[in-house]
Design a binder for this molecule. Structure first.
Ligand SMILES: C[S@@+](CC[C@H](N)C(=O)[O-])C[C@H]1O[C@@H](n2cnc3c(N)ncnc32)[C@H](O)[C@@H]1O
Length: 894
């Protein structure tokens, strides 16, 4: 780009682009009659423009060119982490959507072209200026043909057909939004996911808007609900403004019901436009939002005048909104003015309702720190959720608190606190309701608000949720993450000074049923159940209080076995893990570009338990494995036993305990939820003590059992604890007895079912018995289970299966029918009981998983034997689990 703000021409690039361009437009556009076709064609053109801008930015000399200046403006005012590619997107989308919006507003009879377009954008002055500025700045021989083509394309579009049904009450799908989703899906599907651009189904929006209306009338003494002229409403992640759209309609309905139709014109100008606000970060939905609201108002009989402004701002809602308007050039000035206006809304307007469906993205696109690494505005606010009852959470990995939706809830909470009263009404990810990491957040919300209503809409396909009656449970969005509606109410005068009353309801079932329910209910007609969230978790889900008290009598296994940690994570298993040492050596050598030295190899190459019943070889050297977690893994280099447990799980049932005697990865028993290792013995070796005051010449070990735990258990049982091995169970007991006893309890079906709710949300608690006989009986069963699961029991060689057909032994397609597990068209393992085939450990169906992990490989003789040993081990496990339950007296164990 030259000094005159014009692009200079890169002739080579132009030729290439022209060719693409020509190919695309080889076919003369005939009438474009569907939103899908138009969106796709527009997306292609917009992509070309975006690529051109990236090139121009790269070609611009130094960082002080005009384009860079504008890039900096966007970064300072909207997105501190904006990359050049994203900036190019904003530019390109502004032009595409500017033209689109202009075409929609232009009279059908007018000649529509690039030059005339801006005058039809009068409903949004900011957009008009921006469009003009961007358009003029780039109006040259490179970019102009594209804009002309876009205008031509729009001239060929049958707009009435494309906008068919818009604004009609009976519509099920908004064509303008639908259009945008199709555009984005074709333009940049990744951007769509990273900014959480998923549009809410209308029944959910209706439910939220109707509930807010109800709460305003019932709790805030505002008989006109949302139509009350003092109620300021903000959707901070407004997207295409579906929420504000429904708010306007609800207000219109109320005025009509009060027979006030004659005041509508004045009402909109004086009492409506000044108090509805939206924030949006992306240009395209921002334009659509303006379009959608102006079309709605038009439909309701109000034409936006020259001085009207729909207060949807292009801004980063989570930014404090400090602006530097004076330092910026023309375009910067408009954007910064927009940001200043938005900052005024954020800080000064007494917002009473914050509503919407904020983005969800575990890997938040909204940073918590500024460029210098300091916590920014939202980062500081979210920090409050890292504490509970005055103490830090002490979580090892609280990254889920950085999810975008959490930041938006925190922002909304802050905004209502500033006003002093009001309502937060969001539909979001539902994980915060019961995940232990969110206990600080729940407590914090309880202390700000007086009433909290949670409608859990479920639909968590990751958790494979099913309705309690056993039916299908579907998500109301096209996403896998379960969702919930939150209505948090802060009353003008807190009547009690106490923590919020929390009300909860479930909505299970098929999507259509959920839509029907949401469309016909509001907070006033839901059958809520009142909860009493209490320490330590403050859960926003119902719990059987008595059972919980009983469960909490048990010992927290993470306290009883203080050294516990997530298993190892290499981050590149295809390099760091292999079936055998030889192929591992090749993989590692290829990755490192050299064969590791003998010394390195011996220090880092180990057998590991990679998946249930599936041992492999791993290289744990730092240069290959990012997280060897040697602080725990090294104890498994020596003779040992370890529990592998999950801190929490999304699985439907808890079956998440498995013994290992080798190092295990963080996905050992569960791919999603993280598998933690609890070694029974802690080793002190000459190497680990070399050069210290406590240097040892021999390896020694101590049990990984907390003194308080040992004391409590020993006191209950009346047995003396010995530091190693097993006791006689008459006078003494040892670490291994404790381990086996616990393993048996974890395999009790009654235990798993009775405490299901609690087992899902934290490491298991172990009930301690005072009954010596029961302890001995369970320890014996647990020992049997351990020996089966480590495939050390002689029983596993007493096969119950056959492998009768010869062949190439290749695992092609694994299937199960009539007690046969087929591995290819002809070969199978016969006599596999259904209960064994179905048996799950953690997140894995063992017999299926083991074979599927060998797809494309030919099973060796050892493999065929190994598989049949697994079948015996699982069959015996089913038997032992029944025997364990039969051995238990009445619950709770005493
Ligand atoms: C799930 S969508 C909301 C859709 C919206 N309810 C509608 O009716 O279209 C979330 C929106 O938040 C926007 N967004 C993400 N981060 C933002 C931020 N920091 N500030 C403002 N908007 C943001 C996304 O671009 C996206 O349009």
């Amino acid at each position: 780009m030259g000094k005159d703000h014009k692009l200079t021409v890169d002739h080579g690039g132009i030729a290439a682009v022209r060719q693409m361009f020509n190919e695309f437009y080889r076919v003369e556009v005939t009438t474009v009659g569907t939103p899908k076709e138009l969106a796709e064609r527009m997306a292609h053109l917009t992509k070309f423009v975006s690529d051109l801008i990236i090139n121009a930015l790269q070609a611009e000399a130094g960082d002080h060119g005009a384009l860079h200046k504008q890039y900096d403006t966007f970064r300072e005012n909207l997105l501190p982490t904006l990359e050049p590619e994203e900036f190019a997107d904003i530019y390109a989308q502004t032009m595409a959507y500017g033209l689109f919006a202009a075409k929609l507003s232009a009279p059908a009879s007018a000649t529509f072209n690039r030059a005339a377009a801006y005058q039809y954008l009068s409903a949004n002055r900011f957009l008009r200026k921006l469009f003009l500025d961007v358009g003029e700045g780039l109006d040259n021989e490179v970019i102009a043909p594209y804009l002309d083509e876009l205008a031509k394309l729009l001239n060929h579009a049958d707009m009435p057909a494309i906008l068919q049904d818009f604004g009609k009450r009976t519509k099920t799908e908004d064509p303008v939004v639908h259009f945008y989703e199709t555009f984005l899906a074709a333009y940049d599907p990744k951007l769509r996911a990273s900014r959480g651009v998923f549009y809410p189904p209308e029944p959910a929006v209706q439910f939220i808007v109707n509930s807010v209306d109800w709460l305003l009338r019932e709790r805030f003494n505002r008989p006109m609900g949302l139509a009350d002229p003092d109620v300021h409403v903000l959707d901070p992640a407004t997207g295409t403004s579906t929420f504000l759209y429904f708010v306007v309609r609800a207000i219109h309905d109320t005025l009509m019901a009060h027979k006030q139709g004659g005041t509508w014109q004045q009402y909109v100008r004086e009492k409506l436009l000044p108090r509805l606000f939206g924030f949006e970060l992306l240009m395209a939905p921002y334009v659509i939002a303006h379009l959608k609201l102006s079309l709605l108002l038009k439909d309701l009989g109000y034409e936006l005048g020259k001085d009207d402004r729909i207060q949807v701002y292009l801004t980063n809602a989570l930014d404090e909104g400090v602006t530097h308007a004076e330092q910026l050039g023309t375009l910067g000035w408009y954007i910064s003015q927009e940001a200043s206006e938005a900052a005024r809304v954020k800080k000064q307007v007494p917002i009473m309702v914050v509503l919407g469906n904020p983005p969800y993205s575990g890997h938040s696109a909204n940073a918590s720190k500024d460029a210098s690494g300091q916590l920014n505005f939202i980062g500081k606010l979210v920090r409050d959720y890292y504490f509970v009852d005055g103490a830090p959470l002490g979580e090892r990995n609280p990254k889920w608190l950085q999810d975008d939706y959490v930041k938006f809830i925190r922002f909304a909470q802050w905004r209502i606190q500033q006003t002093g009263h009001g309502i937060v009404a969001f539909v979001t990810n539902h994980s915060y309701l019961d995940n232990p990491t969110f206990r600080g957040m729940r407590k914090h919300l309880m202390s700000t608000f007086d009433e909290i209503y949670v409608l859990d809409l479920h639909g968590n396909t990751k958790k494979k949720e099913r309705a309690p009656e056993g039916g299908k449970d579907e998500n109301i969005f096209d996403i896998q993450q379960g969702v919930a509606i939150l209505l948090a109410v802060k009353l003008p005068l807190d009547p009690s000074g106490l923590a919020a009353r929390v009300h909860h309801a479930h909505l299970w079932g098929e999507r259509e049923g959920k839509y029907k329910y949401l469309a016909s209910h509001d907070a006033g007609s839901v059958k809520w159940k009142t909860l009493q969230p209490s320490q330590p978790f403050y859960l926003f889900v119902p719990q059987v209080v008595k059972l919980r008290e009983e469960y909490e009598q048990g010992c927290d296994i993470a306290e009883a076995m203080p050294l516990n940690l997530l298993g190892f994570q290499t981050h590149r298993d295809p390099v760091a893990v292999s079936f055998d040492e030889k192929s591992l050596r090749q993989q590692v050598a290829q990755y490192l570009g050299q064969t590791p030295s003998k010394q390195d190899w011996e220090a880092n190459c180990r057998r590991c338990d990679y998946r249930p019943f599936d041992s492999r070889t791993v290289y744990l050297g730092k240069e290959v494995a990012d997280g060897p977690r040697l602080e725990v893994t090294r104890h498994l280099f020596e003779p040992n036993l370890a529990f592998n447990l999950v801190r929490q799980t999304r699985a439907e049932t808890w079956q998440h305990a498995l013994v290992s005697d080798k190092p295990t990865p963080a996905v050992f028993i569960e791919i999603k939820d993280g598998s933690s290792v609890f070694p029974l013995y802690l080793y002190t070796t000459p190497e680990s003590t070399a050069g210290t005051l406590f240097a040892q010449t021999e390896t020694t070990r101590t049990p990984n059992l907390a003194p308080a735990f040992i004391e409590a258990f020993s006191g209950k049982l009346g047995l003396t604890f010995i530091l190693d091995g097993a006791g006689d169970l008459k006078k003494t007991f040892g670490p291994e007895d404790v381990f086996y006893y616990a393993y048996a309890v974890f395999h009790s079906t009654t235990y798993r079912q009775r405490y299901a709710e609690f087992l899902k949300i934290d490491f298991p608690r172990l009930p301690l018995t005072s009954d010596k006989k029961l302890f001995a009986k369970l320890a014996a069963k647990g020992a049997e289970l351990v020996s089966l699961h480590l495939l050390k029991s002689p029983t596993v060689d007493e096969f119950i299966t056959s492998y009768p057909v010869a062949g190439n032994n290749r695992v092609d397609k694994v299937s199960y029918a009539k007690r046969r597990v087929s591995i290819n068209a002809t070969q199978y393992f016969g006599g596999v009981p259904e209960a064994v085939w179905e048996f799950r450990v953690g997140g894995y169906q063992v017999c299926d998983k083991w074979l599927k992990d060998r797809k494309g490989r030919s099973l060796s003789m050892d493999d065929i034997t190994h598989y049949q040993r697994i079948v015996v081990a699982l069959k015996e496990t089913v038997r032992l689990m029944k025997e364990i339950d039969a051995a238990m007296p009445a619950w709770p164990i005493d």
